[in-house]
Design a protein around this ligand. Structure first.
Ligand code: HAM
Length: 416
């Protein structure tokens, strides 16, 4: 038997309604904040991610699905959504539209990761990007929205951690301090860290190797090196969050795994699961890096697979249920079968979920199937019922039976 590739999953009909629920609720919130959907290609030119995400990141160096297409172009399956959204913003001249641009997406992403709990090779993100504002108010609004989305799904034990990782101005001094700290031990770090030392020492703080993590203990933190502008920005964000009653913890250890971040970065971490459910931050240099005008921006992405895993744990008894048929119509004989088909069609056109036999089953098997599908009501139609335009409708939960005229309005009123 051919099996699915490692790190992918099938979302089966018995589960997909939960995904639909999460997506629908998230979408309502995103749209109430003025975000509009963007859809970008599953694959992009590899250079987009090398330049956008950064060629010294784990994502680019170790995790991308990159291949040459038949025209010898280097193509990469998108490992994240921000670079593609920004490329689309530039390429489609969206800078001339009223600013800021607010966009959301729900898209699968691809990373060749070590597969473990909450870490897949194909995973879905629900993301939001605000392009065209440098104000701390955008950070606050976006974090509020993320908080509202997380709270919507009744997930306990989620902490909001925030940090500022400054801008190229403050980073210069910080990187010197960091290099001085790491430099004395650089021989003890992993080979990847060694290659990052000169070009991007901050990436060393993001290394997942145990020995590197230990060596990083006590490293200088960027918060101590913020320039005045970045420091004021961060203070404003914190004050505004406090005023709005959004609890947060400043975690000076957050550096994020993608190179485009500047100033505010944040992660909503599930303490019970030990992973991040939603993460993001400001990326004031990315639009320019990818060939646009200098345009400040901020965004986040939520790991939908992770959210669903936790959602299932804590929402077993709530009202999110798979839809079951309102009515099953069973029929005996050719005349009744045709009548049942026509009736089912008309009821469906009126918004009723109706099942009728399409397997040429016996009456006994039909009734068994109606029961198994959890149909709420049952009507059995034979020749007499067709001729009299009258049948019995059975409430499957109570067993109660009532007479019903076989016309659409009558049936609908009985179903209600
Ligand atoms: P990220 O931190 O790489 O950021 O991913 C965001 C979220 O996607 C993570 O917090 C996690 O919930 C989920 N995620 C990441 N990798 C996996 C995986 N292998 N399996 C399952 N879930 C995963 C970004 O992708 C940025 N583009 C977010 C952003 C948008 N920043 C600004 N705008």
């Amino acid at each position: 038997m051919i099996q699915k590739p490692k790190g992918t999953k099938d979302i089966l009909p018995s589960d997909s309604y939960k995904w639909a629920y999460v997506e629908e609720k998230a979408k309502e919130i995103l749209e109430n904040y003025g975000f509009k959907e963007i859809r970008v290609p599953v694959f992009e030119n590899t250079e987009l991610f090398e330049r956008g995400v950064g060629d010294t990141t784990d994502v680019v160096q170790k995790e991308m699905y990159t291949f040459l297409d038949k025209g010898n172009r280097s193509i990469t399956l998108r490992p994240e959504g921000t670079a593609g959204a920004v490329r689309a913003y530039i390429e489609n001249g969206m800078a001339s539209l009223p600013s800021p641009i607010k966009m959301w997406y729900m898209m699968p992403m691809y990373r060749y990761e070590n597969v473990q709990k909450g870490r897949y090779r194909e995973f879905r993100q629900i993301g939001a990007e605000i392009i065209g504002t440098a104000s701390y108010k955008a950070d606050v609004e976006l974090i509020c929205m993320a908080d509202q989305i997380i709270k919507k799904f009744n997930i306990p034990g989620v902490t909001l951690n925030i940090n500022s990782i400054g801008c190229p101005v403050c980073r210069k001094k910080y990187q010197e301090a960091l290099k001085a700290f790491i430099g004395s031990n650089i021989e003890k770090y992993c080979d990847t860290c060694k290659t990052r030392f000169e070009k991007n020492p901050m990436r060393i703080l993001d290394c997942k190797e145990k020995k590197c993590k230990e060596l990083n203990q006590g490293a200088p933190v960027i918060l101590d090196y913020l320039c005045e502008e970045c420091s004021t920005h961060f203070e404003n964000v914190k004050k505004a969050l406090e005023k709005l009653g959004i609890n947060y913890v400043v975690d000076s250890g957050i550096v994020r795994g993608l190179d485009y971040y500047t100033k505010t970065v944040f992660e909503f971490v599930s303490e019970t699961e030990g992973y991040t459910v939603l993460a993001g931050g400001r990326y004031d240099g990315l639009v320019e890096e990818l060939g646009g005008q200098k345009t400040e921006a901020i965004g986040f992405a939520m790991g939908e697979d992770r959210l669903i895993d936790i959602f299932e744990k804590y929402n077993e008894t709530n009202d999110v249920k798979m839809r079951v048929p309102d009515l099953y119509i069973a029929s005996i004989g050719k005349l009744a079968e045709e009548y049942a088909q026509d009736l089912a069609l008309k009821l469906r056109k009126n918004g009723i979920y109706v099942e009728a036999d399409i397997c040429e089953r016996s009456m006994k098997a039909s009734l068994k199937y109606a029961d198994k599908t959890g149909s709420k009501f049952l009507i059995v139609i034979g020749e007499d019922e067709v001729n009299n335009k009258n049948a019995k409708i059975k409430n499957m939960a109570t067993g109660e039976e009532k007479e019903v005229e076989l016309n659409i309005d009558e049936i609908i009123s009985k179903l209600k």
